[in-house]
Design a binder for this molecule. Structure first.
Ligand SMILES: Nc1nc2c(ncn2[C@@H]2O[C@H](COP(=O)(O)OP(=O)(O)O)[C@@H](O)[C@H]2O)c(=O)[nH]1
Ligand SMILES: [Mg+2]
Length: 490
């Protein structure tokens, strides 16, 4: 063992004792009888574990957190936590009658079973991916979302099922997991869910192509859960969409109403609205609305937020989100300015990794800029830039597509014009100038161009019309072709 290892071990041992478990609430009416009592457990190798997010997720999933056990230590192969800490967790679970242990991290199938064996009988072991799947289940609201969720679940369950089968069969070599009918069944269901999702993805891609042909630029909002994506989407949206675009029913009103509510934090009348917005997953379906941004006709897609600790394959299951972002002409990556630098760094890394490579450009939006003063904003920009510089493009390919960040506050209506200008600048643009005779046929071609918002200027000079076109390159080219086609002069 090297000297370094020995030092690590010393620190590990001391941290097992110097971080006491959290005292359980003394309020006799808490937790409510109907809530599932849970203990949160967390381990980090560096720095003290921060359980804020996992507690929020647990609460959103309907758990009452009645205790907490944390440890600063490197991973233990058996329990993830060190043995001593795991036993402390077991005693706390017994003392608090906890029905579940919510683990802030990803447990291997083996660790899940070992921890389950150690804990009082009947205590469920729920790691972060399982908790996320539970939250996703509440949010699934369309066939596509159901399929994505089913696939993510099956992929999560498969290695655990293999482990369970292997445990049962450890004495009997004939009962190996590969041949087990339950394992084969799950594998078959995974294949069929993948096929169904492929079809849905193909339909979506075809619809995106149609929308582009109709002159729309595709803009997607991406980012970590709770970053402020939906609020920004509602603020930017300028009209109600038709159901064909896959909107949630409650979003079919004018989006501005909800955006105004953002300013009402602390107003008891608006508690409900804020509570809903703070739920990590309002919906699993992507939502698309029309929005005129920087003079461009766009379709703005709000996506499901990313979440740390989801296994990569599970994120891939939510491909409606990933596809919408990757296929967008421009993605707005929403980063919460009010996060501390460490959280900002972590969330940016998770988001950029999930986006993977993208063909379009990515505009970082420093959201909730009203939460900080000028000094805090400068610090946030600095933290953002340090985080970007620190990211390895091999792990987070989308880092290469990043443009300069734009601070925005929907609450205070600041930065929105800068954002619009940045979007217009990022979108692919072509221009063309055509001079055509002023006639009925030209008017038809001109109105085609107007419908697709590519007419920048028109000048009538006697018999001829000079038209300046600007906008999506393919639409500009088609508009120019149609106008010239009407030009029958020799
Ligand atoms: N102070 C402040 N809060 C905001 C702003 N925009 C959004 N929020 C709040 O941030 C939380 C998450 O917003 P939401 O749009 O649901 O985030 P999403 O999960 O990324 O879609 C909500 O409580 C919003 O009210 C803003 O400009 N300023
Ligand atoms: Mg949202």
């Amino acid at each position: 063992m090297s000297r370094d290892d020995a030092t690590t071990n010393e620190r590990d041992e001391s941290s097992e004792t110097d971080e006491p478990t959290e005292a359980v609430s003394s309020d006799p009416d808490w937790p409510p009888d109907d809530a599932t009592r849970a203990i949160v457990a967390a381990r980090t190798a560096d720095g003290p574990p921060d359980t804020t997010e996992i507690r929020e997720l647990a609460a959103a999933a309907g758990y009452a957190v009645v205790g907490e056990v944390t440890q600063r230590r490197r991973e233990d192969p058996t329990y993830d936590l060190g043995r001593g800490k795991a036993e402390e967790l077991m005693r706390l679970a017994a003392a608090t009658d906890a029905e579940a242990v919510i683990y802030d991290g990803s447990l291997s199938p083996g660790q899940t079973f070992s921890l389950g064996d150690l804990l009082p009988t009947g205590t469920a072991v729920i790691d972060r991916p399982r908790l996320a799947l539970k939250l996703f289940a509440d949010a699934a609201d369309s066939r596509a979302a159901d399929k994505q969720l089913e696939l993510a679940r099956l992929r999560y369950e498969l290695p655990r099922l293999r482990e369970a089968v292997a445990r049962d069969a450890s004495e009997d070599v004939r009962l190996r997991p590969e041949g087990d009918s339950r394992v084969l069944d799950v594998e078959k269901r995974i294949e069929s869910a993948e096929r169904a999702l492929d079809e849905i993805a193909d339909d979506r891609a075809a619809r995106r192509a149609e929308r582009r042909d109709a002159g729309f630029d595709l803009v997607a909002l991406a980012g970590y859960t709770n970053a402020g994506k939906s609020t920004l989407a509602r603020r930017l949206a300028d009209e109600v969409d038709d159901p064909e675009f896959g909107d949630e029913p409650e979003l079919r009103d004018d989006g501005r109403v909800d955006a105004e509510r953002v300013g009402a934090e602390g107003d008891p009348a608006d508690d409900g609205a804020l509570a809903v917005a703070d739920r990590p997953f309002e919906t699993l379906s992507t939502t698309t609305r029309r929005a005129e941004i920087g003079g461009r006709r766009t379709l703005l897609t709000d996506t499901v937020g990313f979440l740390d600790g989801l296994p990569h394959e599970s994120v891939r299951s939510f491909r409606a989100t990933v596809d919408a972002i990757r296929a967008a002409d421009c993605a707005l990556l929403v980063v919460d300015t009010s996060d501390d630098p460490a959280a900002l760094h972590r969330k940016l890394r998770v988001s950029l990794r999930a986006i993977e490579a993208t063909d379009g450009s990515v505009i970082p939006v420093l959201s909730k800029a009203d939460e900080v003063d000028a000094y805090g904003l400068a610090a946030a920009v600095e933290a953002y830039e340090a985080a970007v510089a620190d990211l390895d493009p091999r792990n987070a390919p989308a880092v290469d597509a990043l443009r300069p960040p734009i601070p925005v506050s929907v609450r205070e209506e600041s930065g929105l014009a800068d954002l619009a200008a940045a979007v217009a600048d990022a979108l692919p643009t072509a221009t063309a100038a055509v001079e055509v005779p002023n006639g009925g046929d030209t008017q038809a071609a001109l109105s085609w161009a107007y419908d697709r918002s590519v007419v920048a200027d028109v000048e009538y000079a006697g018999e001829t019309i000079a038209v300046d076109l600007a906008g999506r390159p393919d639409v500009v080219a088609e508009a120019a072709r149609r106008l010239r086609a009407e030009d029958t002069s020799p």
